[in-house]
Design a binder for this molecule. Structure first.
Ligand code: PLP
Length: 375
């Protein structure tokens, strides 16, 4: 069995003709930069998300950076982020000379622990960046309530959760990335909506702010050679947009397939001692960018990974070192402690999950997990 963490080739084979035709159109018209495909795709994505402004850019990290640049924050302003996330979330904050302020996460949902946010708010706090980690939304209702009370911006890092839906207590349902001041996403190949290289986008309700984000991504200009603000060069190229435009049509099917695979794992792993399967949020759907299990302290994770590898089963650790322990972002041990993030860094394990995963593969994966545990 040739099990993959992500099977991009298998997914491509099923939509090959459409994807190739889209790319060929871009090549035939030489409209590589800012071509009609970019416009078509961003419009279609906007419709998918309920009509919000979509501004494309070069990758998900740039999307976060441009979002922050658009908010006119001052050096040393503070931005609250979960400590258990991909580095990009904190990186762009530090890059802009702002201060990332870490908050621990829930031990079961893995998203920012909203009960700990207020204690981290100071007079310098300007924004919160919740991350919809592994594919389900952070507790947005509470985050928006806190943001409202303290007058903070909210940037939703939706790189792992495009297509997820969040339900407010009043019954309103919103797409992930459309609830805050700005939502950001990544089209990195392995993301749920991925292209064949790098890509990213921002989702913005406010028309003026959307214009500003668009300007920043295009050298701070809205009229060519008129640079009103400092920007950068961050574009989604037309070939990537053509791939994304095809894949967008299948995004709900892809997310459904991931959910089916997750259900299968849930069942197969239900009675396996020492393993905790992912907890589902009561307010968000899950799009299973990752299927991340927790191993109890008695299980040697690296031995298990090694064993599974020899059996042809790849696994990944997202993320092995929490941000507060990274050299670049280290903070005084006395200042803060993040017991949940520390524990997760030692106990999480992500199993293969993708749109092409078969039940037989999953049965084999779990069989091998059990074989290791019974050794
Ligand atoms: C992938 C990812 C990013 C960065 O996206 P890139 O396109 O690789 O720059 C940011 N945040 C999270 C949570 C991600 O998973």
């Amino acid at each position: 069995m040739n099990i993959k963490m992500v099977d991009l080739k298998g997914q491509y084979d099923k939509i090959k003709e459409e994807v190739n035709a889209g790319m060929q159109t871009v090549i035939d018209t030489s409209s590589f930069i800012n071509g009609t495909k970019v416009k078509e795709f961003t419009e279609n994505l906007s419709n998918y998300l309920g009509g919000i402004n979509v501004v494309s850019c070069a990758n998900g990290t740039d999307a976060l950076q441009i979002a922050l640049m658009a908010l006119d924050l001052k050096p040393d302003d503070e931005v609250i982020v979960p400590v258990h996330t991909y580095v990009a979330t904190a990186e762009v904050i530090a890059l802009l000379r702002l201060k990332p302020v870490f908050v621990d996460v829930y031990p079961d949902l893995f998203t920012i622990d909203t009960s700990q946010i207020e204690s981290k708010i100071s007079s310098k706090t300007k924004a919160i960046v919740p991350v919809h980690l592994y594919g389900q939304c952070a507790e947005m209702e509470e985050i928006l309530r806190i943001a409202d009370r303290y007058n903070l911006f909210v940037i939703e890092d939706t790189a792992q959760a495009i297509g997820a839906k969040y339900a407010f207590t009043d019954g309103t349902v919103c797409m992930a990335g459309t609830m805050g001041t700005i939502g950001t996403t990544s089209f990195f190949p392995s993301k749920n909506l991925g292209c064949f290289g790098d890509g990213g986008a921002m989702f913005i309700n406010d028309d003026e702010l959307a214009k500003k984000c668009h300007m920043i991504a295009n050298h701070g200009q809205s009229i060519k050679y008129h640079h009103d603000i400092i920007g950068c060069n961050s574009r989604l190229d037309s070939i990537q947009a053509s791939v994304l435009d095809v894949k967008l049509k299948y995004l709900d099917d892809y997310n459904l397939a991931r959910n089916e695979a997750a259900k299968t794992y849930d069942l197969l792993l239900k009675d396996v001692a020492g393993i905790t399967t992912p907890k589902l949020s009561s307010v968000s759907t899950h799009v299973f960018h990752q299927y991340t299990i927790l191993l109890n302290g008695g299980i040697n994770r690296s031995d298990m990974q090694e064993f599974l590898k020899t059996k042809g089963v790849p696994t990944m650790i997202y993320y092995p070192i929490p941000l507060h322990k990274q050299k670049a972002y280290k903070i005084d041990e006395l200042e803060c402690s993040f017991p949940v993030a520390d524990k997760l860094a030692e106990q999480v394990l992500s199993l293969p999950i993708h749109t092409e995963l078969t039940k037989q593969e999953q049965e084999y994966i779990v069989l091998m997990i059990k074989e290791f545990l019974n050794k």
